[in-house]
Design a protein around this ligand. Structure first.
Ligand SMILES: Nc1ncnc2c1ncn2[C@@H]1O[C@H](COP(=O)(O)OP(=O)(O)O)[C@@H](O)[C@H]1O
Ligand SMILES: [Mg+2]
Length: 383
């Protein structure tokens, strides 16, 4: 017989692996709301200035939460140019929808989730675009069994996230919009221009109108297989905000540090990732990605993107590795061991990029610095 489980709602076994942003950061959102001095646009939870403060962080606010007076630090969610975030917020308050475009792993989905959480208090009204997305996913569908029994009635209609967002005056997130085929994308044109969905099957009262506050945040990768270009009609209805790969090493180190700490906490794993190790990881990523080292050595670029998201992944894997099979302290060798699978995916030739990096860069630095020697030795062992 199976062991009696201790699955009380509070036990770690019953916690959920990933909470929505508005749940995870509920205290920060509440503190910003209590301190909001400006009037939010209709149906927005926060004023544009407070939405910006939520995304870019840096303040500590006094608030009353659960009847207690507390100080709540607002953490930075999205690292990068604050001007990008400002433009995104302005677009959301405008007639036009927002499209975040950029390479994979640059934080587009992450930014979209936090914007939706701060603006509408709900980031879960989401459509994931795939080649199999249909017009029903975007508009509505029917409970077929009940339609056969009773005919099409409003309560037999299954609303899409779009419809729910329209009725509430909230934000709809549309992930990977360009993966949908053009016909399906076009279903969004009427939603965005008429701000309504017609339900011709219903005899009367067959329009669903959007309330103020309704808008769409879509994301699209520029480097992807099988992407469909947006039609001209849809392009015109979106404001494009380009999300670049993080520009400077200092920022990338900060992102990797903060996000991997948050993720380790979620995995309940106390592992130590020291700043010099994260710096080494960021240096390696940056140099291989650019095909050039800080000291001017040219390298063969791999075909993979090596985004910040992947650097976070390597940091987390290295921490798990150190925790399970080492003493918990993450060293440069743990980084090397967990890097290969990220750089070398389909194309085995990408191995050459790493080999070259080991031979031309890491080895040389290893003569002077032990960290680089450890990194080099572990990397060569994997290749
Ligand atoms: N500029 C950034 N600021 C904060 N986090 C970032 C940034 N870039 C990447 N990340 C992190 O990378 C991870 C993946 O990002 P994601 O939003 O899924 O990428 P995308 O949607 O652009 O492919 C997230 O955990 C996010 O925290
Ligand atoms: Mg994404």
């Amino acid at each position: 017989m199976a062991k009696k489980s201790d699955a009380s709602p509070q036990s770690p076994a019953n916690e959920i692996l990933r909470e929505a942003a508005e749940v995870r950061y509920a205290d920060q959102l509440e503190a910003l709301k209590q301190n909001d001095t400006e009037e939010p646009p209709t149906n927005w939870h926060l004023s544009p200035r407070s939405v910006l403060a939520y995304v870019t962080g840096g303040k500590t606010l006094k608030a009353k939460i659960g009847g207690k007076a507390v100080e709540v630090p607002i953490t930075r969610k999205f690292f990068g140019d604050d001007g990008i975030v400002e433009r995104a917020i302005v677009t959301l308050a405008s007639e036009r929808a927002l499209l975040l475009v950029g390479e994979p792993g640059t934080g587009k989905s992450w930014l979209s989730e936090h914007l939706a959480a701060a603006v509408s208090g709900n980031s879960t009204l989401t459509i994931q675009g795939t080649a199999g997305t249909t017009e029903e996913h975007i508009k509505y569908s029917w409970n077929i069994a009940r339609v056969i029994a009773e005919g099409p009635r409003p309560d037999n209609l299954i609303p899409s996230p779009t419809m729910v967002a329209m009725r509430k005056g909230g934000l709809l997130r549309f992930e990977e919009l360009t993966r949908c085929v053009p016909d399906v994308q076009d279903a969004l044109v009427s939603v965005l221009s008429d701000k309504a969905i017609a339900v011709p099957e219903l005899p009367d009262n067959n329009m669903v109108w959007a309330r103020p506050g309704f808008n769409v945040i879509a994301t699209a990768n520029t480097r992807d297989q099988g992407v469909n270009e947006l039609s001209a009609a849809l392009k015109r209805r979106f404001n494009y905000v380009y999300i670049p790969i993080v520009g400077d090493q200092k920022t990338e180190v900060k992102i990797v540090q903060q996000r991997s700490a948050e993720l380790l906490e979620r995995y309940n794993l106390p592992a130590k990732l020291s700043p010099p190790v994260i710096e080494l990881l960021a240096t390696v990523f940056r140099e291989i990605r650019a095909g050039k080292t800080a000291d001017g050595v040219s390298l063969k670029k791999p075909t993979t993107t090596l985004s910040t998201a992947e650097a976070i992944g390597v940091a987390l894997d290295a921490a798990l590795h150190a925790r399970f099979f080492g003493d918990g302290e993450v060293g440069p060798a743990d980084i090397a061991r967990n890097m290969v699978g990220v750089v070398v995916k389909e194309d085995q030739e990408d191995k050459d990029s790493l080999k070259e990096y080991a031979a031309l860069v890491a080895k040389k630095r290893g003569v002077k610095e032990k960290a680089w020697k450890d990194f080099h030795d572990a990397l060569v062992e994997q290749l």
